[in-house]
Design a protein around this ligand. Sequence first.
Ligand code: 5GP
Ligand code: MN
Length: 330
Amino acid sequence: MNVYEQLKELILKNKTFLLTTHVNPDADAIGSELAMYFILKQLKKNVYIVNHSFTPYNLEFLDEEKIIERYDEKIHKKIFSETDVIILLDLNQINRVIRMENGIRKSKSIKICIDHHQDPEKFYDYFVGGSGYSATGEIIYEFIKQTEIVPFTNKIAYQLYTAIMTDTGSFRFDRTTSKVHRIIAELLDFGIVPMEVYDKVYDQFHFSRIKLLGNVLSSVKLDETKKIAYMILTNETQKKNNAVEADVDGFVNYCLSIQGVEIGILIYELNGSLKISFRSKGEIPVNKLAGEFGGGGHLNASGARLENTIIEDVLEKVLLKAQSYLRKES
Ligand code: 5GP
Ligand code: MN
C-alpha cells in the first residue's frame, strides 16, 4: 500500500484528530491545516487545529470561520490524550511546535507528519511527503487526487492554492515544476482570483512594516567576499515600529537581489532570543548551514532560533560558517 492509501486508512479508522504546525506559521502551514480540516470534517471527524502561535494578521483571511485555536496549557490540557491522531504539518523538527512539544512527545496518539522539508527528524509514526514537493499544500492535493478520500471543494482549493502560491514564492522557486502549474490550473477552476489572494497575503500589511523594512534595508552589509549580504534587526527597531514577527517575513530575500550575492542572512532579536533566516542561490545548502545552529529548512531557505544569545556574540560565527558554504571558484 502506498503512503497515501495508508494515510486514508488511518483517517477512516480513527475519530478524533489534532492538527498543528510550526511556530510563526506561514500560508503553507495554515492553508495545509485548514485543507486537512475540511477533508476531515467532510468525513464527520472531530477535528481541532491548535497552534503554538497566533495566526499572522495577514493570513487571518484564510481562517474566516476562526477554526484555529492558539495553544493554552490550561484549556488544552487534555487534548494530547483525547485525540486518536495528531497530524503535524509543514515541519520537520518537533521542537518547532515550541510549547506543544512536551505534550505531543508524551501523547500516545498516532503521530503523522506531512512535510516537504529536508532531513525530517523522526518523531512520527507515519510520514507523508518528501523534499521534492513545492509545498505541504501540494502533498495534500496529491493525497486527495490519489485516494479520492473526498471530492475537492472550493474551500479546499482556496487553501491549497494559497499554500502553493506562497511556498513557491509566487511560482518562481526551484520546485515549481510543470506539474505544480497543472495542479494550480485545476485549483483555479474553482473560481480563485490570483490577484485577490496575492493582495490579501502580500499587500495588506501595516504601514509600520514598510518603515521597518526601511530600517532593515539600511542595515544591509556585504561580507569581505561580497557574496554574503546580511541584515540586522534589533528589538529596539522592532519596538519603535510596533513590529510583530509576521512583519519581518520576506525581508531576507532582498539580500539575494544584490548582484553577486549567493547567501542572504537576516538576524533579528526576538524576546531575548535570536532568529536567523538564511537564503541561498543555486546548490548552496542553507538547510545544512542552519543545521549548524540547531535549525533547518530547505536547500535555499532555512532558519534557526538561538536562545540566550546576542547578535554581537553570534554574527562573526554566522558569517564564517556561511563563508565555508560558498561555492569555490574553479
Ligand atoms: P524563515 O526564514 O522564512 O522563517 O524560514 C525559512 C525556512 O526555514 C522555512 O521553511 C522554515 O520552515 C525553516 N525554518 C525557519 N526557522 C527554523 C528553525 O528554527 N528550525 C528549523 N528546523 N527550520 C526553520
Ligand atoms: Mn512549507
